[in-house]
Design a protein around this ligand. Structure first.
Ligand SMILES: [Zn+2]
Length: 268
């Protein structure tokens, strides 16, 4: 293991996810273990699997392999590149930042942010197919399979920036693992997101600001939006890549709006 690996894993950063344990994990080859003797595997593709049996039975197991593949095809067509650029400009990372993407999916946003900024990047998601894809594509970042709804498996004050991009949110755990001078970026689908396919959506910003109000204050807010002319196959990929239920329909070529509301919070 190189010097950087040694440095990373001797810092009390990743924590044991066995219920009630939460001791720091140390790495030895392709295993991580805590002082209580609980151990976890590093997959061949490089990600760390911290899922517990109760997480595997979760009602929200995350993206399927088909959804991950559909989203990746949209990224590769450049459809989401303007959203990534808008997020990067809004959050303005630097090489000194230590960033967590909670609910990182296939790693497109964190991988892009890390490559552009040189930040230290950590991504977690409950979906094994999503994290597997992220680890293969962006080996410079650290990828962890974990259920962040229950516990974000890092020690207090680890991160200077946490991002949550159209993912499930855990305000108390985001606050615990964020530094006091850190920043939290929440990206939500705007009411115009996919409006051509599903009609106008809800504005989620006020409810989210309210949900975070005990622990965070809103510093800035903006919207990033792009439109893409998609063929029927890509429209089908959109329909397979999202969580929100849609009317079953035969996909046809369409101009589709992708739109995110971005909220930047500071700890109170
Ligand atoms: Zn343990």
């Amino acid at each position: 293991m190189g010097w950087r690996g040694w440095l990373r894993y001797t810092r009390p950063m990743l924590l044991c996810t066995v219920r009630g344990c939460r001791q720091p994990l140390e790495r030895d080859g392709n295993r991580l273990f805590c002082a209580a003797g609980h151990s976890f595997d590093v997959a061949r593709s490089g990600y760390i699997n911290l899922l517990q049996p109760q997480d595997r039975r979760s009602k929200n197991p995350g993206d399927s392999a088909a959804a991950v593949a559909a989203r990746r095809r949209l990224h590769e067509r450049g459809v989401t590149a303007p959203l990534l650029a808008g997020i990067a400009e809004f959050v303005s990372l630097s090489p000194g930042d230590t960033v967590l993407d909670a609910g990182c999916g296939d790693g497109f946003y964190l991988g892009g942010l890390a490559a552009a900024s040189g930040c230290e990047a950590h991504g977690t998601d409950i979906s094994i197919p999503a994290v597997e894809a992220a680890a293969r594509r962006y080996p410079r970042c650290e990828w962890v399979v974990a259920n962040a709804d229950r516990f974000v498996p890092y020690s207090d004050g680890t991160f200077s920036v946490i991002v949550s991009i159209t993912a499930r949110m855990n305000a108390p755990e985001f606050r615990r693992t964020l530094r006091d001078d850190g920043r939290l970026l929440i990206a939500l689908p705007s009411p115009d997101d996919l409006i051509e396919l599903r009609g106008s959506g809800r504005d989620r910003t006020l409810r989210t600001i309210d949900e975070f109000a005990n622990l965070f204050r809103l510093e800035r807010q903006t919207r990033v939006e792009t439109r893409a002319d998609l063929d029927a196959a890509s429209v089908d990929d959109v329909l397979h890549s999202i969580y929100r239920p849609l009317q079953p329909r035969a996909p046809e070529a369409a101009r589709v709006t992708f739109s995110l509301d971005l909220l930047l919070f500071r700890p109170k």
